[in-house]
Ligand binder design. Structure first.
Ligand SMILES: NC(=O)C1=CN([C@@H]2O[C@H](COP(=O)(O)OP(=O)(O)OC[C@H]3O[C@@H](n4cnc5c(N)ncnc54)[C@H](OP(=O)(O)O)[C@@H]3O)[C@@H](O)[C@H]2O)[C@@H](O)CC1
Ligand SMILES: [K+]
Length: 221
């Protein structure tokens, strides 16, 4: 069944209603999202060194879950955070802390030279920089990380939305993550079908975060 695409407001409403009306925990939704994405990554890019680029919000939080599951699958995984991990909050902070306590290979970068060095000759780059909470042009190290990732020969995988794409209008930032594969949660975003977005998405894979079918139906999904 083809699911209808959602706006930013609709997708945020699905998450919020799952938490507030159905009593699902945000951490569980993030675990479902990250684990589902890790399984798709393992299937689509089954060998080589994986870099996970993480930002400040819940998209970054997904990145720490993805890294933990890929590590459990025996993959060589390195996380690069473009913000200090103590700037994270809520579920994203919880998953960053799990990764740190578990001695996953997490690096906080302060400049573009550090990103270049750590990305090195990665085989796979996973974009967990920004998701549905992104607004305006990419700032600071977010833009640098995207620019550096796009210059590599690695397979590029975007989580939920390629960083730089506006999920509602489909417009692409000057620096937009150029994905070979976009793993998106709940449903495609309305901007995916519009304007410049399509050239940055690559193949699209949908991953369920476990919210009940009744709630999805209420949003036309
Ligand atoms: N329970 C749920 O909801 C679930 C959500 N899930 C996941 O969460 C994602 C949405 O998470 P989110 O809302 O935290 O937004 P997200 O894009 O990660 O970060 C926004 C932050 O980044 C910053 N920032 C914004 N624009 C910027 C720019 N141009 N350039 C630089 N920085 C910028 C800004 O911080 P500021 O710098 O303003 O302090 C802002 O606070 C969603 O896509 C999905 O992947 C799944 O886990 C399933 C459960
Ligand atoms: K992303």
């Amino acid at each position: 069944m083809k699911r209808l695409p959602l706006t930013r407001e609709q997708v945020q409403s699905v998450d919020q209603r799952a938490i507030q009306e159905y009593g699902m925990l945000g951490l569980v939704l993030m675990e479902n999202a990250g684990r589902g994405a890790a399984e798709v990554i393992q299937r689509s890019a089954s060998s080589g060194c994986i870099i996970v680029l993480c930002g400040k919000g819940n998209n970054g939080g997904d990145g720490y879950v993805i890294a933990r599951h890929l590590d459990l699958m025996g993959r060589d995984v390195r996380v690069i955070s473009v913000v200090p991990t103590d700037a994270l909050s809520g579920d994203a902070a919880a998953n960053a802390n799990i990764a740190l306590r578990a001695d996953l290979d997490v690096h906080v970068v302060e400049n573009q030279a550090e990103i270049e060095q750590l990305v090195g000759d990665a085989d796979v780059i996973v974009d967990c920089l920004l998701g549905t909470g992104a607004t305006g042009p990419l700032r600071g190290l977010y833009a640098d990380a995207v620019r550096i990732a796009n210059r590599t020969q690695a397979t590029r995988i975007a989580i939920d939305v390629p960083t730089g794409i506006d999920v509602d209008t489909g417009t692409a930032d000057l620096h937009t993550f150029n994905a070979d594969l976009t793993i998106t949660f709940v449903a495609e975003k309305i901007g995916f079908g519009l304007q410049q977005a399509s050239q940055f998405l690559g193949q699209i894979e949908l991953v369920s975060i476990g919210v009940p079918r009744k709630l999805l139906r209420q949003h036309g999904v």
